[in-house]
Design a protein around this ligand. Structure first.
Ligand SMILES: [Zn+2]
Length: 436
């Protein structure tokens, strides 16, 4: 339900400047932005002093686990985690059970998403059942309003099938997204391949397994002229390849996940499967290079790869446990740690403006009942606004998460920056740091 809200005393982060301004929200829209707005009678006042006011964050990569694995997460619980993380919209990944590879499952997830705290966009699968052999009903799902397609969890291994998918997708105006790992090269690997994996006696997933597919898909995108988005790149070389291709005019974008720019392979040395993820945590050099590329804009977006798993599964031995870790509730703090408190424009670029452009959420779409995200906090825009306090500090406690799962790799860590308030479609869903 939409309400009248005044955000007072904050710094509004526009695309190219930060200004001390108040914001009035009414009827689900930004109604007024000005130096000093008088609070109308009956309006809710949010104190934003010391905080940044900007477009709500958009996550390109959320595993909501519904349908099929509701014990680990539901659309409802993931959306609460997203709201606490400052996200006004998330993209639900299609590796559910059954997979989102047709309009029936896509419609189910969209309708569940309508009752969620944040906007839930859907990514469709590229192949039937994510099996990698037959193209899914991409055209029908695109007609429903779906703009992103991926077999995430694995990459499309067959280059001729990937070429056909790109050729088919190009005129539909949608984007394909790839989880880059060559299955044959990565086979059996559970952590980054290198001296450490040998020492620990764990089999490795080489950087080359990722980079080879990045190389291949750059060439396929060049050939087919279809936009392609690279999911969770983890090596410095992968990013360099994408940057180079973009310079040559190939329509490629990329994201990195917080764990890949905050944690390295040495985390695996206690055989704790909480640190098992695909692609795996890489070297300290990769981490440093990813951080540099986030700061200077070579990487388009931060995406969480939020991957909830039930406790008993993550307590299995390292080589048996499933890959993946939570991300939604701490991604913005971890991004702040990279870009610094003096660069809010970059933070909003990485967490909101770029991801919303990649998944085409800049304008609303009635077909999928999604409002517009990632635009300016300006008069007439849909009111999806986050108030993020860069000075707040908090200690991560896996017992205090909104997610139904607890597999965060950051338990006990002190983080800077927190969501003070979040407004979605004109309604306040987080206020004073807690869900309303
Ligand atoms: Zn993936």
């Amino acid at each position: 339900m939409s309400e009248v809200v005044v955000i007072r005393g904050g710094t509004v982060i526009h695309a190219d400047q930060a200004l001390r301004q108040d914001v009035l929200i009414r009827d689900g829209k930004v109604h007024e932005v000005g130096d000093s707005i008088t609070v109308p009678a009956g309006a809710l006042e949010i104190d934003a002093s010391g905080a940044w006011v900007g477009p709500g964050f958009v996550d390109l990569h959320t595993h909501m686990r519904e349908p099929g694995r509701e014990g680990a997460e539901t659309i409802e619980s993931a959306s609460r985690a997203a709201a606490i993380g400052g996200y006004s919209a998330v993209v639900a990944m299609p590796n559910t059970e059954p997979a989102i590879d047709n309009v029936v499952v896509a419609t189910y997830v969209l309708s569940q998403g309508e009752r969620a705290l944040v906007d839930v966009a859907v990514a469709g699968a590229i192949t039937v059942g994510r099996g990698g052999t037959h193209l899914a009903a991409i055209g029908e799902m695109a007609a429903l309003g779906i703009r992103l397609f991926t077999d995430d969890g694995m990459g499309v291994q067959d280059p001729s099938l990937m070429r056909r998918a790109l050729t088919y997708a190009a005129p539909l105006g949608v984007t394909l997204a790839q989880h880059c790992e060559d299955d044959l090269l990565a086979a059996g690997g559970v952590m980054n391949e290198g001296a450490l994996s040998s020492k620990l006696g764990l089999s490795g997933r080489p950087a080359l397994a990722e980079e080879l597919m990045v190389m291949r898909d750059i060439e396929l995108a060049r050939l087919t002229r279809c936009p392609l988005h690279f999911l969770h790149l983890s090596t410095a070389r992968s990013v360099a390849l994408v940057v180079n291709a973009r310079r040559e005019g190939v329509a490629v974008t990329c994201e990195v996940a917080p764990h890949h720019f905050t944690l390295d392979e040495s985390c695996c040395d206690q055989y704790d499967a909480i640190f098992k993820v695909h692609p795996p945590l890489r070297t300290t050099n990769d981490v440093e290079q990813l951080r540099e590329a986030l700061r200077d804009g070579r990487i388009d977006a931060v995406a969480t790869d939020h991957a909830p798993h039930e406790v008993q599964l993550k307590e299995l031995p390292f080589d048996e446990a499933p890959a993946g870790m939570l991300g939604l509730e701490h991604a913005a703090s971890l991004t702040l740690d990279v870009v610094g408190t003096d660069n809010p424009i970059r933070l909003f670029q990485l967490l909101s403006r770029a991801p919303s452009a990649i998944v085409q959420l800049r304008s609303s779409d009635q077909r999928v009942r999604l409002s517009a995200h990632g635009g300016d906090v300006a008069v007439g825009e849909d009111a999806n606004v986050v108030i993020f306090d860069p000075t707040a500090t908090r200690q991560v406690d896996r017992g205090q998460l909104q997610s139904r799962s607890t597999n965060t790799p950051y338990h006990g860590r002190q983080l800077h920056g927190a969501t003070r308030a979040l407004i979605v479609r004109g309604s306040v869903v987080v206020n004073e740091g807690t869900l309303r």
